[in-house]
Design a protein around this ligand. Structure first.
Ligand code: GRF
Length: 210
């Protein structure tokens, strides 16, 4: 069996994706353990969810310093938790190489569209406004180019005629709450591999018996 996977989750708001990780893959002392939740903002529901699950929390905001300083402080804090994987689950603050380079190929981000379509903020509203028949969910490697890292998992979500942002968001959340735990399980099983000859290509290595 692979080493137990220590996971750090970065959040900024409601934490419904954190909650789905807590409810599905989190196992204190088990194969996958969320060891720390860090929020960019105080007083958000995601922090309450972590506390209820007995998971250590921290808040690392910009607090008037520049981004590089914040990212160095954040990386020091996260590194101290010795994560095998860092999951950006609704983390809404741009991260520079000061942070990302400390955890090469171990930071993944969740985005509510089929990247490269609709990167950045309000991806769901962008998809509705464009009139696409399908949007979706992407879990990808986090890189300095916002939402630019290569996808690891993607799943389409149909846009129904008459959908408003609320209806489409609910449909997208359901997929997110399945895809993020699936990505964490794949990493814990050592089944995600970036092609060294073409780092935009990501291989999901078949599981035993697949
Ligand atoms: C998710 O839709 C994620 O894709 C986006 O922010 C939302 C976070 O939701 N980046 P939650 O905080 O996990 O509920």
């Amino acid at each position: 069996m692979a080493e137990p996977m220590r996971v750090v989750v970065l959040v900024s708001g409601s934490g419904s994706n954190l909650q789905s990780l807590i409810d599905t893959v989190h196992e204190p002392g088990g194969d996958i353990e969320i060891v720390l939740v860090v929020s960019s903002h105080e007083g958000v529901p995601a922090l309450d969810r972590a506390v209820r699950a007995g998971i250590a929390t921290a808040v690392v905001g910009m607090s008037g310093r520049d981004r590089d300083e914040r990212d160095r402080a954040l990386a020091d804090l996260v590194e101290a938790a010795s994560p095998g994987l860092v999951v950006l689950a609704g983390w809404m603050s741009i991260l520079t190489g000061e942070f990302l380079d400390r955890f090469p190929d171990r930071v993944i981000n969740l985005h509510p569209s089929l990247l490269p379509s609709f990167p950045g903020l309000h991806a769901i509203e962008q998809a509705l406004a464009w009139g696409v028949r399908y949007t979706g969910v992407t879990v990808h490697y986090a890189e300095e180019v916002v939402d630019g890292g290569p996808p690891i998992l993607q799943e389409p979500v149909a846009v129904m005629y008459g959908d408003d942002a609320e209806a489409l968001t609910a449909r997208i959340r359901e997929v997110e709450h399945r895809l993020v735990p699936e990505a964490v399980r794949l990493f814990a099983a050592g089944r995600v591999r970036r092609d060294p000859s073409d780092r935009r290509k990501v291989e999901i290595v078949p599981g035993e018996g697949e």
